[in-house]
Design a protein around this ligand. Sequence first.
Ligand code: GRG
Length: 298
Amino acid sequence: MAPADVTNEALRIDGVLAVSLDRILYATSPVIADPVRYALASGGKRIRPVLCTLAWRAAGGTPGHAGADDVACAVELIHTYSLIHDDLPCMDDDDLRRGRPTVHRVYGSERAAVAGAAMIPLAFSLLEQGMDSIGLPEPERRTARQELARGAGAGGMVGGQVMDLAGEKALVELPALREIHSRKTGALIVAALRLGAMAARADDATVDVVGAFGAAVGLAFQIVDDVLDETGEAATLGKTAGKDRAQEKATFPGLLGRAEAMRHAHEAVEQAVSKIAAAGLDPAPFHVVGDFVLHRDR
Ligand code: GRG
């Protein structure tokens, strides 16, 4: 896997996501379907589904399997709903996302809130369809559903958002910051990788080691996010820059300095890739995706 393959896989995900949406939205009112389609139109990096299909292949799954793609897209639906809700006036109140006006700017807050809420059951429906297509038996399906629920839920992403909101303008030290982001950003990334491996019926040790890679990538992803918020520009990022400082939020570069924060990010990814290799999996594609996360500019 070469660096360009990460981008190519993200473009492939754009295509399969569009097809999956046609299938799951066919009987849905345009009141909901239009903002859902708008939010999910290309523009996102698709890093979560890319990580999911990476784990699927690493665990022996066939590349490009339609069922695995549905599982990966289910994770992207959860992620994208969280962006819609995060951008709402009652949350982060943002105007720009993925290089375009936010969903509530186009459709109004009510439709944005409803579309985001609708995407949660749609994600689970897509997960179910993916598992049907793979032929995953029931005990494993149940574990997979729980995995997505855990990553997205009160102990994961939503819980992290609550902690983040509580921490705004408060004095947040490094351990608390790590905890917030391991939930808010890391939990769904971990779930993406674990789900990919579970869908391929990997053993528990493999699921755990790709999940640990997810935790490291999640941390690195958030550190880079914080650095880009300081150094990037809206035109490249596709979202408002400089928000952390404006909101007086604790960040990794704010607490550690940019160079030290990036050193942490590199170290976390390197260690996780070594564990992948030690577990007998090919570390090369994990290394490539880790590098992509560390060197991204948006
Ligand atoms: C109701 C309390 C409550 C919560 C709802 C809003 C929410 C759930 C959770 C927020 C989760 C959130 C916005 C996490 C941020 C994670 C993050 C770094 C997002 C940016 O991800 P990218 O860069 O975005 O992968 P793209 O656009 O490339 O997909």
